[in-house]
Ligand binder design. Sequence first.
Ligand code: AMP
Length: 304
Amino acid sequence: MNLDSPFPGDTVTTSAAARVLRGVEELRAALGPARREGRTIGLVPTMGFLHEGHVSLLRAARAECDVVVMSLFVNPTQFGPNEDLDSYPRDEERDLRLAGEAGVDFVFAPVVEELYPDGFAAAVEVTGGLTSVLDGDPARRGPGHFRGVTTVVAKLFNIVGPDVAYFGQKDAQQAAVIKRMVRDLDFPVRIEVMPTVREEDGLAMSSRNVYLEPADRARAVALSHALAAAEQQALARDSLDAGLAAARIELAAAAIEPEYLEARDAETLEPVEGLAGRPILVAVAAQVGGARLIDNVVIEPLAG
Ligand code: AMP
């Protein structure tokens, strides 16, 4: 909306505020007219503390859908007992402002009891290799993390009924797991996975980056450098092992010991031998100071 400015010849641009809804029934009622009129609904699930990565998903939804819903919910069931649920960064006021500026129509921000009432006992789970490797390895976050993710995302799909839902490639395993859930359980929703948005130096944006002290913030860029080296060396030498070795050197130079640094089939997350045939996900996770960081790159198959 353009408003008259006190300065002649100038305009002041303000954006409509997103409407905040706390209840499932309230949100369904608000979406009723759009649904009846056959307008398309886009959903962007978030845990808030928005950054440009989140905003890129909101913009994609705004560009493609008639109605944009952002969920804002720090989902307790996807946090392990020793993880950062209580300290997870929150700033609802700022999130609502950024959502409004990105053109979000409705922000669904329920309290925990709204989604997990007393006696809650259901779960949606993708089993097998997709959820037991990388972050799903029991020695790391474990399959329970992804069970928490798929359960809350399935609930959000049932509550919102989106035509399209937007996720970030930053959480590549999460995106692969959600795509499998949608395929296997026939959710009538299209999943869009958007590219990872990075800081100028290459660090993948994350709400958890606020945990980084300045010296650790400087070291953290090694994750993205390691992935770039992995891609470059793997392609140059037609060898995943060479790529992974180059990545390890970058991490070691920054005194980062990865929790994992692995190359896997980008869709199935099965182990891979060579580069031919299909996209390869190279994924890394590491504790850097106070933040557990993840990042990844997808190496597209060599032609021929
Ligand atoms: P979160 O609030 O961390 O649960 O993230 C909400 C959504 O934003 C997820 O689909 C994430 O994959 C996505 N996301 C998080 N960080 C980024 C990023 N740097 N670039 C693109 N998408 C992101």
